[in-house]
Design a protein around this ligand. Structure first.
Ligand SMILES: [Zn+2]
Length: 176
C-alpha cells in the first residue's frame, strides 16, 4: 500500500514546523506513520488514490506529530502546499440525511449526539474556510461503487489542482 503520510521537510511543505521535524527521533517518526492504522477504510482508499496521483499530504495525526499542534476539525488529509483539507465523512456519524432517517431510527439522545456532530463540523469548516483553506468533503455514500469512487476522486483532484495550477502537469489523474 502507498504510504499515507508525507514527511517531506522541504520548505514548501512544512516551513513553520521544520525545527520540530528535524527533532523527531526515528522511533517518533515510526509511530507517526503507524498512526495511520486508525484510519477507516474509505479514508484509506481516498488517501491511496490521491497519493498515487502524485499528491502529498499529512494526516491530522501526522500534522500533530510534526507541529505539536492540533489541526482544527481533524481533517483526514491536509495538503499543506495547496492549502486544502479533505474530510472523508462517514454517513452515520456526520448526520447524512440522504442515507439515514435519524428521527425514526435513533433515540432522542442519539439524535442529539449526531446533531452536535453536524453543528461542530459546520462550525469548524466555516472557520477553516475563513482562514483561507479550501475544504473538500467526501461523503461515504459517494464511494460505494468503483465508478462513483473514480468520479469523486476526479472531482477532488480537479478542485485541489485549482489551488496549484503550476503543478498541474505533475498529476497524472488530470491527464486522462
Ligand atoms: Zn450518505
Amino acid at each position: 500500500m502507498a504510504p499515507l503520510n508525507c514527511f517531506c521537510t522541504t520548505k514548501h511543505e512544512v516551513t513553520a514546523t521544520r525545527k520540530r521535524t528535524d527533532s523527531l527521533t526515528p522511533d517518533q517518526r515510526r509511530r507517526a506513520m503507524q498512526s495511520n492504522r486508525g484510519r477507516t477504510k474509505p479514508e484509506r482508499r481516498v488517501a491511496s488514490a490521491l497519493w498515487r496521483s502524485g499528491f502529498r499530504f499529512l494526516s491530522s495525526e501526522g500534522y500533530r506529530t510534526l507541529s505539536g499542534r492540533r489541526f482544527l476539525g481533524s481533517p483526514d488529509l491536509i495538503l499543506v502546499r495547496q492549502r486544502c483539507v479533505i474530510f472523508v465523512d462517514g454517513c452515520f456519524w456526520h448526520g447524512c440525511q440522504k442515507c439515514h432517517d435519524f428521527r425514526k431510527d435513533l433515540s432522542p439522545s442519539w439524535q442529539e449526539k449526531i446533531r452536535a456532530n453536524v453543528l461542530r463540523d459546520r462550525r469548524n469548516r466555516a472557520r477553516l474556510r475563513s482562514s483561507g483553506w479550501t475544504v473538500l468533503v467526501v461523503r461515504e455514500h459517494n464511494l460505494t461503487s468503483e465508478a462513483r469512487f473514480a468520479r469523486e476522486i476526479r472531482r477532488v483532484i480537479e478542485r485541489i489542482a485549482r489551488n496549484s495550477p503550476v503543478s498541474r502537469s505533475r498529476y497524472p489523474g488530470l491527464n486522462s
